[in-house]
Design a protein around this ligand. Sequence first.
Ligand code: GLV
Ligand code: GLV
Length: 319
Amino acid sequence: KKPVIFITRKIPEAVLDPYRKSFELLMWDEEETPVPRDVLLQEAKGADGVLCLLTEKIDREFFDTAGSLKVVANMAVGFDNIDTEAAKEKGVVVTNTPDVLTETTADLAFALLMAAARRIVEASDYIREGKWEHWSPYMLAGSDVHGKTIGIVGMGRIGEAVARRAKGFGMSIIYHNRSRKVDAEKELDAKYKDFNSLLEEADFVVCLTPLTNETRNMFSEDTFKRMKDSAVFVNVSRGGTVDEEALYHAVEREEIAAAGLDVFQNEPICADHPLVQLKNVVCLPHIGSSSTETRTKMLELCLDNLKAVFNDEPPITPV
Ligand code: GLV
Ligand code: GLV
């Protein structure tokens, strides 16, 4: 009998088809709406494996409900939506999707950095709103990226990929991380800094650290006060790392110059969210890894992880 896999969102048949001979695949049949909680719990009861997204809360209640579950494959590199402690106690394997999304997410981080620095979205809106009547010397003048210092907080795979882009743009690189990254220091001339020194020295502060109990709200009122008033803050990790009210006030009071945000405390956010009202804040709907190619690779990695577990092989990317 084939293992039963419940997939929490509608996935294209072309991606699933090669896996149909290995699994019996059940799926929440909507592309855009997350699976309701009661359906998730009900389906988990009969499933041997679950492929889920970061929108699902895979908590202790979930693991208590799930009967014969062996593995949860999370379609994300971050897994703060999963109670890994409870999973461990129940003997359920958890996997994520590192590596395949590294370059794509670094591209987006850099796009956001440049958009915030050069006021790209505001400038595009300027034309759409019919405001471009003259050309003038300082019209929509932003700040330079080349020759500036980027401060990367969380120097993991994506952090290093952002650093490589920064080097190409002629930036100096400083970073903060739990451990030193000797290779990045050698290859990219990246300099390790304690958190406060990084905040004080960086022109661009880019948050790429996973959300944990230690990093929750690590960007606070005090943090933004330490940054230069010309600083641009970019967040491509998780909204939970930022005190959003503090960020709002820091931008509004011009304690920092701009921000680029791909993630928020409570997603999705609406058009009336305070940060969306600030013209020097670029807000994106959590699309860091969203290229067609990479999203397909992430789904395939989830399915390959599930296959490995049911073939009694080690999972490819366990957390
Ligand atoms: C997306 O945010 C991810 O963690 O992959
Ligand atoms: C701008 O378009 C310039 O030619 O300097």
